[in-house]
Ligand binder design. Sequence first.
Ligand SMILES: NC(=O)C1=CN([C@@H]2O[C@H](COP(=O)(O)OP(=O)(O)OC[C@H]3O[C@@H](n4cnc5c(N)ncnc54)[C@H](OP(=O)(O)O)[C@@H]3O)[C@@H](O)[C@H]2O)C=CC1
Ligand SMILES: O=C1CO[C@H](CO)[C@@H](O)[C@@H]1O
Length: 317
Amino acid sequence: MKNLIFKNGDKLPIIGLGTWKSKPGEVAQAVFWAIEAGYRHIDCAAVYQNENEVGAGIAKAIAEGLVKREELFVTSKLWNNAHKKEQVLPALEKSLADLKLDYVDLYLIHWPISFKAGVGFPGGREDYLTYEEVPISETWKAMQELKEKGLAKHIGVSNFNQNKLKEILELGGQSPEMNQVEMQPYLPQEGLVEFCIEHGILMTAYSPLGSPDSRADKHADDPKLLVDPVVKEIADKHKVGAGQVLIAWSIARDIAVIPKSVHQERIIGNLASANINLDDHDMMELRDIGINHRFIDGSFFTGENSPYESSDLFDQA
Ligand SMILES: NC(=O)C1=CN([C@@H]2O[C@H](COP(=O)(O)OP(=O)(O)OC[C@H]3O[C@@H](n4cnc5c(N)ncnc54)[C@H](OP(=O)(O)O)[C@@H]3O)[C@@H](O)[C@H]2O)C=CC1
Ligand SMILES: O=C1CO[C@H](CO)[C@@H](O)[C@@H]1O
């Protein structure tokens, strides 16, 4: 399988297992199946409220001799309610305790916005902290200390647009090693990809299948990526599934990709996407797919009940 390579030579397996919405009762088994199938990259976050069970799946796989810790690449993310300098280390320590690990391979600032301590999801404006109250530079400095302590082998960000990345780059010192953002053919993020390549920042594509399980109830009118006719046509041509085409699309662009599943057959099939070679014609058809859509639009963190604007999160078209 292809790897992305960090500046120090460390490798990130290009396909990882996503774990958002994987229920605590299901995720340990899903992680175990994934490692058994050959996954070596697991994407986690404190806010997914299942790191304890993800850790149980990892521990079982290690105990049964399927894999050694150093062969795994585990990512976790700092939630928005722990951006003050004194909160960052305890937040990682909690994730490490839950994951039953001594270090994570990658730790990301989950979003470039802050909540007050103890706020899981904000109920109103009073639950947020502004950039004046917690500058991104304060959080980034604390992230660098985690790397210096060896608790996070690599550090990066998630949901950062070009302006927010520039703010960190302008600080000098350690630059973000990863930017994890939504990326799929309806949102190819061409400008951001170019910017990240230029600045040596690796990228990971989240919600590569259009996150159907987070859309079902409130977003019935969203376009459906997994049944898009262009994706379907390419899938039929290669005799593979639509989901596999979407994963192969990220791999062809040298972008890590973290499809989530709790079903063994899909976990195995998603990994097998690494064997699909999309040709130039397929890539051109996907480039010209004709739909622009962001599935995870961040509207839950912006608007009149928040001090943040959509432009704080996403590059404007
Ligand atoms: N940094 C960030 O802010 C964010 C990070 N993420 C990360 O990215 C991961 C992936 O994104 P996510 O939003 O979960 O959504 P995905 O786009 O990975 O879609 C997951 C959904 O697709 C289903 N599925 C999985 N494989 C297939 C397949 N081959 N064919 C058809 N359906 C399939 C899953 O069902 P089932 O499980 O039942 O198989 C689930 O319903 C997350 O789990 C998380 O780790 C996601 C959002 C935001
Ligand atoms: O990773 C993610 C999924 O969960 C959260 C919502 O519950 C999102 O904020 C986040 O982007």
